[in-house]
Design a protein around this ligand. Structure first.
Ligand code: RFL
Ligand code: PHB
Length: 392
């Protein structure tokens, strides 16, 4: 079998890339280890940058996003028993973010690829890449039918997330890895209760960070900082609501509680592997980089990478022009490092490091006070949060 672009992974990066390529007449096949229902239900990100929304709109993927997404013009920062609003519209030239869950982005992408006759193979196993330093790279895998297949490609896109196989196909001696594990994790819940806030609340507290996000007018998404060793079995719903209520407490404001639909613990990590290309293998999204979720950047970086990659592959495969492909890694890494810094900055400003002294707490409060009282500092947060220059 042959295709122009073999794509590993049906997450947001792989699916969007396959859609962008199809629009300019480039054929691709997407291979995915999980089932379609699993991909569509995996709870993850919730915030789309202004540029991500514009891109999805421009390429005809925003019908449900425009109908159901919730546009937010700011966030709240809570610390020292006070809640302050950061007004993105005012500070970032009218730009906003949109709350629309990654589950919905993935559902929209899969439905559209299938409606357009796109090829996605779910439930494959033993995906392997070979010949990436030749002009005939190959992808082999065992299909859901149990048979072994080989796909001959012009290029391969590794969109298989942090635990995928594609990054490891690049010779280790050529990779520069920068990485940091944080000594805490997020316990996240999805709850059947209307949000107690109109915009996200990022909360600094002596017991640790908390975040109030949302999914729909009926469904809330909340996170608590917990230790990295914490087990979800030790967190019955009552204990979670009590900790959330305590951290978010503010006179005259109440946290509404409701049935917990889902809960899980996510580790916090910064990771950048460069370069993002080797021969005819291009990495995109979490396969190349991970940010801690405090800056709401991971999904947006995946979208930005494949937007750059689609343009590069269009020039390369349709016009034989390799300039954008040669610049791919450097172009993406610029944004990746900006997001990596912003995510690290938000994370270290808002979380309690286990064992840290009062000095850390006082420095964080001082930084938060500065961000909420200086227009220059607030603008820095706002323009990073809504995202960097337009993607197209
Ligand atoms: P994904 O979504 O991990 O998709 C990779 C896909 O590849 C498949 N795969 C393979 N397929 C074939 N062969 C193999 N060998 C394979 N190995 C793996 C996997 O099954 C999967 O389907 O990566 P992608 O597309 O790069 O997308 C990245 C985003 O998912 C991620 O960055 C965000 O979810 C991060 N993130 C957030 N990002 C934001 O922009 N805003 C947010 O508000 C936000 N909140 C979050 C987050 C991530 C979180 N967790 C759980 C890590 C909140 C949380 C709690
Ligand atoms: C989410 O809604 O899941 C979410 C929102 C903002 C973040 C991280 C996660 O910074």
């Amino acid at each position: 079998m042959r295709t122009q672009v073999g794509i590993i992974g049906a997450g947001p990066a792989g699916l969007l890339l396959s859609h962008l390529l199809a629009r300019v007449g480039i054929d691709s096949v997407v291979l995915e280890t999980r089932s379609r229902p699993y991909c569509e239900a995996r709870q993850r990100a919730g915030v789309l940058e202004d540029g991500s929304v514009r891109l999805l709109r421009e390429v005809g993927l925003a019908e449900r996003l425009d109908a159901e997404g919730l546009e937010h013009g700011g966030i709240y920062l809570q610390f020292a028993g006070e809640r302050h609003h950061i007004d993105f519209r005012d500070l970032a030239g009218g730009r906003t973010v949109t709350v629309y869950a990654q589950t919905e982005v993935v559902k929209d992408l899969i439905a559209r690829r299938i409606a357009d006759g796109g090829k996605i193979e779910f439930e494959v196993t033993d995906t392997a890449v070979s010949g990436i330093d030749s002009d005939r790279p190959r992808l082999s895998y065992t299909g859901a039918d149990g048979a072994r297949h080989t796909l001959e490609c012009d290029v391969i896109a590794g969109c298989d997330g942090f635990h995928g196989i594609s990054r490891r196909a690049i010779p280790a001696r050529l990779c520069e890895i920068n990485e940091r594990d944080y000594p805490y994790a997020w316990l996240g819940i999805l709850a059947a209760v209307p949000p107690s806030t109109d915009e996200l609340i990022y909360c600094h507290h002596r017991d640790g960070f908390a975040l109030h996000s949302l999914r729909t007018p009926q469904i809330s998404r909340l996170y608590l900082q917990v230790s990295s060793q914490e087990k979800i079995e030790d967190w019955p719903d009552d204990r979670i609501w009590e900790a959330l209520g305590h951290r978010f407490a503010l006179p005259g404001w109440e946290l509404r509680e409701g049935p917990v639909l889902e809960k899980g613990i996510t580790p916090m990590r910064s990771f950048v592997s460069s370069p993002m290309r080797y021969g005819n293998l291009y990495l995109a999204g979490d396969a190349a980089h991970i940010v801690p979720p405090t800056g709401a950047k991971g999904l947006n970086l995946a979208i930005a990478d494949v937007s750059v990659l689609a343009d590069a592959l269009e020039a390369l495969l349709l016009a034989g022009d390799a300039r954008l492909a040669d610049a791919y890694s450097a172009t993406c890494l610029n944004r990746v490092w900006r997001s990596t810094h912003f995510s690290w900055w938000m994370t270290t400003m808002l979380h309690r490091t286990p064992g840290a002294d009062d000095m850390e707490f006082a420095l964080q409060e001082s930084q938060l006070r500065y961000v909420t009282t200086s227009r220059a500092a607030a603008t820095t947060l706002a323009e990073n949060y809504v995202g960097y220059p337009p993607l197209r």
